[in-house]
Write a protein that binds this ligand. Structure first.
Ligand code: ADP
Ligand code: MG
Length: 674
C-alpha cells in the first residue's frame, strides 16, 4: 500500500504548525509533497578553491572555520555573525544575518561546505548568508520554493523521509515507459529531488514533463469522449450544392473543409463539439450560414449567438441576404428589438416559422423557445463563458455545438486549451484579397500620416485611428481616445465626419456610432480596442494605431483585421516612439506578417507562455513542471501515447492503468475547482 494519499500531518517530522503551512502551500498529502518539485538545484559536487573564485559567481567552497564566531547586535531583530573560513588556497570572510539557529550548529575548527555568491569586501573575499552544509552532503541538492515559515532545507529533510515510503502505482504504465524510454516513478522521484548526476536529473525531469502532459491529454480526451453523447438530431442530408448556388462567391477549400468536418460530426448520431478557428476575415460567417442552411433543410432549427448587438445585426444581415428567397427564414433577437416585435418572433420560433435565430445573449433568456433546436453556434466564443454556451444548448435536446473564434492561438497550445473540442482550422483567405500593407513609424511622421489619411478619405474610403484605453491616459505621454479626438483629430481632420468610440460609453451609444460608421455616415472612427471583434466594414481601408507598443501582437493583428476586407488596397500604420529592441522586434513581426498563427507563435516566443496563458481564462490547471512552449515535442509524443492508451482501454479499467486512472480522477477534481 502506498502512503501517497496519507495526510501530510502524519509524515514524520511534520507537526501541527508545519502541517498548516504545508497545506497553505498546497501540499496536503505525502504524494503532493513528493510532487513538489525543486525550483532549482545547487551543485555541492563541484568544489571551487577559494583562490579560483571570481566575484559575482555562485560557488561551493569547502573550508574550515578558523576564527571564533563573533556576534554583533545591530538593532532589534538584527544580529550579525562573522567568521573566517580557509581552505588550502586562501581565505574568505562569512557574514550571516539573523541565522542564530544555523550558527549555533557551527563549530570553530570544523570543515563545512559554503554555497553562495562570492563578493568582494575591501581586500578579502566574502560570502553573505551562504547555505552551509556538512562536508558529507556533497552532491546536487534541491532548492524548493520555500516560504517564510518553511525553509527549503526543511522541505529537503521531509522529502528524504517521504522518499523512504512505498510509492504509489506508477501513472505511466510500463508499456509506455518502455516505448518512450521513461524512468519509473520511484527512480524518477528520487532523482528529481536528489539527483545522482546531471544525467539522472535530466531523465527524471523528462519523465515528469511527459507524465504531466500525458495525464492532461488523457483527461481532455476522455472529456471529449464523454461529451460526445448520442443524439437524435442527425443531419442526414447534405445541402451544400444548393447553398453554394445562393452565394455571390465560391467558398474557399478551407471553408469547405470546415463545413464538411461539421457535417460529418452532425451526421454521426453523436453530439458535435467543434471549434472552427479561422484568422480574421477568413470567412467564418459563411461556414456558419452553410451549416444552418443544411440543418434547416433537415428539419432542425439553429441559433447563432454573437457577443455584441452590432455583430448580431451584421450576421443577421449577411445571413438573411444569402437566404433570401430560399424558403428558410431567419430572425434577429437582441436587447433592442421592441417588445411587441420580440413576442411575434418568439411565437415564430416556437412554431417553426423561423428555422434560424441570430442574436446576442438575449437568445438565452428563459422564455425563448425553439422548435426542434439542432445546432447552436457561438461566434468569437472567448467572449462567452462555457456556462452561457451550454445554457443556449440546453434549449434543445443533445444539441450540436460549434464555436467560432479568430483568436489565434499557437497550434500546440490550441490542442491543450481547446482540448475538449474538435478543431477545424480555416487557413486560407478568400481569393482576390489584397495583402494589407503595414508600416511602423515614429510620431514625428504624424503629419504625413494625417496627409495619408486625408488622401484616403477623399477617395471615399473610411478608416480607424486606435488609441490606448481611456483609463490608461494617466500614464505619461499617452493620449486617450477622448483627448485625441478633441485635440488632434478635430484640428488635423477638420471637415471630415469623425466618430469617437470607447469602452466607457454605454452600449447603446457604442452601437449607434458603429452603425453610422457601417452606414458610411462617419468617415473616420477614433476608437479604443472596443472595435476589436468581428466588425466587417469592407470600405474601411486605413488604420492608424497610436502607441502601438502598448498592445499585444495578437491584439494588433485582430485590430488590423478590421481593414483589408474589401477589394481596395488597405494600409495599416503603427506609430511608436519606443526604441527598445524588444518593441522593435515585436513591431517588426507584425509589420512583416499577416498570418495570425505565425504572429501568435511569435507573441508566445517573445512573451513566454506564462504571460500568454495568463491573459486568458482557459480553465486549465496550472502546470507544475511542463512548459507548453519549450516542451512542445514531448507534448506531441504524450498526445500520441494518450490516444493510444485510450484506444486500447477507453475506460482505463485495465490493471496496468489503475495508477493513471487515479491521476485522472485527481485532475478532474482540480479542473472543477478552477
Ligand atoms: P471572419 O472569419 O473574420 O468572421 P467574415 O465571415 O466576416 O470573416 O468574412 C469576411 C468577409 O469575407 C465578408 O465580407 C464575407 O462576405 C467575405 N467572404 C467570406 N467568404 C468568402 C469567399 N469564399 N469569397 C469571397 N468573399 C468571402
Ligand atoms: Mg466573424
Amino acid at each position: 500500500m502506498s502512503n501517497f494519499n496519507t495526510d501530510i500531518r502524519f509524515l514524520k517530522g511534520v507537526g501541527e504548525k508545519r502541517a498548516t503551512e504545508l497545506y497553505r502551500m498546497g501540499i496536503d498529502t505525502i504524494g503532493a509533497l513528493l510532487r513538489f518539485y525543486p525550483r532549482d538545484y545547487k551543485d555541492l559536487g563541484v568544489i571551487t578553491p577559494i583562490f579560483d573564485c571570481n566575484i559575482g559567481e555562485k560557488v561551493c567552497i569547502k573550508g574550515k572555520i578558523i576564527t571564533p564566531i563573533t556576534e554583533h547586535y545591530i538593532r532589534k531583530n538584527m544580529t550579525l555573525y562573522k567568521f573566517s573560513v580557509r581552505d588550502d588556497t586562501g581565505l574568505m570572510n562569512v557574514t550571516m544575518f539573523n541565522c542564530k539557529y544555523t550558527v549555533k550548529q557551527l563549530n570553530e575548527g570544523c570543515e563545512y561546505l559554503f554555497y553562495g555568491k562570492i563578493e568582494a569586501n575591501r581586500f578579502a573575499l566574502q560570502m553573505t548568508n551562504p547555505e552551509i552544509s556538512e562536508v558529507g552532503s556533497i552532491g546536487i541538492h534541491p532548492v524548493y520554493p520555500a516560504s517564510e515559515k518553511i525553509s527549503s532545507k526543511t522541505i529537503e529533510k521531509l522529502m528524504k523521509t517521504a522518499l523512504t515510503l512505498p510509492v504509489e502505482e506508477d501513472p505511466l504504465p510500463e508499456e509506455i515507459r518502455n516505448r518512450y524510454k521513461l524512468t519509473d516513478l520511484k527512480t524518477a522521484l528520487s532523482n528529481i529531488h536528489f539527483p545522482k548526476s546531471p544525467e539522472a536529473l535530466a531523465s527524471a525531469k523528462r519523465r515528469f514533463v511527459f507524465e504531466e502532459l500525458f495525464i492532461l491529454q488523457v483527461g481532455l480526451m476522455l472529456l471529449k469522449g464523454k461529451r460526445r453523447t448520442a443524439t437524435e438530431s442527425i443531419i442526414r442530408q447534405n445541402y451544400f450544392g444548393e447553398f453554394a448556388s445562393l452565394l455571390p462567391y465560391k467558398l474557399t477549400d478551407a471553408q469547405k473543409r470546415a463545413y464538411n468536418d461539421c457535417l460529418k460530426d452532425m451526421a454521426s448520431g453523436r453530439v458535435m463539439n467543434r471549434l472552427v478557428q479561422g484568422d480574421v476575415g477568413s470567412g467564418k460567417t459563411a461556414v456558419a450560414a452553410a451549416l444552418m442552411y443544411s440543418v434547416a433543410k433537415n428539419g432542425y432549427a439553429s441559433a447563432l449567438m454573437a457577443p455584441t448587438e452590432i455583430l448580431a445585426e451584421q450576421h443577421y444581415k449577411t445571413v438573411s441576404e444569402i437566404l433570401e428567397g430560399s424558403g428558410i427564414n431567419c430572425c434577429l433577437i437582441t436587447g433592442s428589438v421592441s417588445k411587441g416585435k420580440k413576442e411575434k418572433i418568439k411565437q415564430g420560433l416556437k412554431s417553426g416559422e423561423y428555422q434560424i435565430a441570430i442574436g446576442t445573449h438575449a437568445l438565452i433568456t428563459d422564455d425563448v423557445e425553439f422548435k426542434n433546436l439542432g445546432l447552436v453556434i457561438t461566434d468569437e466564443q472567448h467572449r462567452f463563458g462555457v456556462a452561457q454556451r451550454s445554457k443556449l444548448a440546453a434549449k434543445g435536446k443533445n444539441v450540436h455545438t460549434l464555436v467560432m473564434s479568430a483568436t489565434p492561438i499557437p497550434r500546440t497550445l490550441g490542442l491543450i486549451i481547446y482540448g475538449d473540442l474538435d478543431i477545424s482550422i480555416i487557413d486560407e483567405y478568400p481569393k482576390g484579397r489584397q495583402q494589407i500593407e503595414s508600416y511602423t513609424v515614429t510620431s514625428e511622421l504624424r503629419p504625413r500620416v494625417f496627409n495619408y489619411i486625408r488622401k484616403h478619405l477623399d477617395e471615399g474610403r473610411q478608416g480607424y485611428i486606435v488609441c490606448p484605453l481611456v483609463e490608461e491616459s494617466e500614464v505619461e505621454g499617452l493620449l486617450s481616445a477622448e483627448e485625441y479626438f478633441e485635440n488632434i483629430a478635430k484640428k488635423q481632420l477638420g471637415g471630415y465626419r469623425l466618430g469617437l468610440l470607447h469602452g466607457k460609453m454605454s452600449s447603446k451609444d457604442k452601437d449607434r456610432i458603429m452603425r453610422s460608421f457601417k452606414e458610411g455616415e462617419i468617415d473616420l472612427l477614433i476608437a479604443t480596442t472596443v472595435i476589436e471583434v468581428g466588425i466587417d466594414v469592407p470600405n474601411a481601408a486605413i488604420m492608424v494605431i497610436e502607441n502601438a507598443e502598448r498592445f499585444g501582437l495578437s491584439q494588433l493583428h485582430q485590430l488590423r483585421g478590421r481593414i483589408g476586407r474589401g477589394k481596395c488596397k488597405s494600409t495599416c500604420i503603427f506609430i511608436s516612439d519606443i526604441k527598445s529592441d524588444k518593441t522593435k522586434e515585436r513591431l517588426q513581426v507584425i509589420t512583416q506578417s499577416c498570418d495570425g498563427f505565425k504572429i501568435a507563435d511569435e507573441d508566445l516566443r517573445l512573451r513566454g507562455p506564462g504571460d500568454f496563458l495568463g491573459n486568458r481564462q482557459h480553465g486549465l490547471p496550472k502546470l507544475k513542471i511542463a512548459d507548453l512552449f519549450a516542451d512542445s515535442d514531448t507534448l506531441r509524443l504524450a498526445g500520441m501515447a494518450a490516444a493510444d492508451i485510450l484506444e486500447h482501454d477507453p475506460r482505463l479499467k485495465a490493471d496496468e492503468n489503475l495508477g493513471l486512472r487515479a491521476e485522472i480522477i485527481a485532475l478532474y477534481k482540480r479542473l472543477n475547482e478552477n
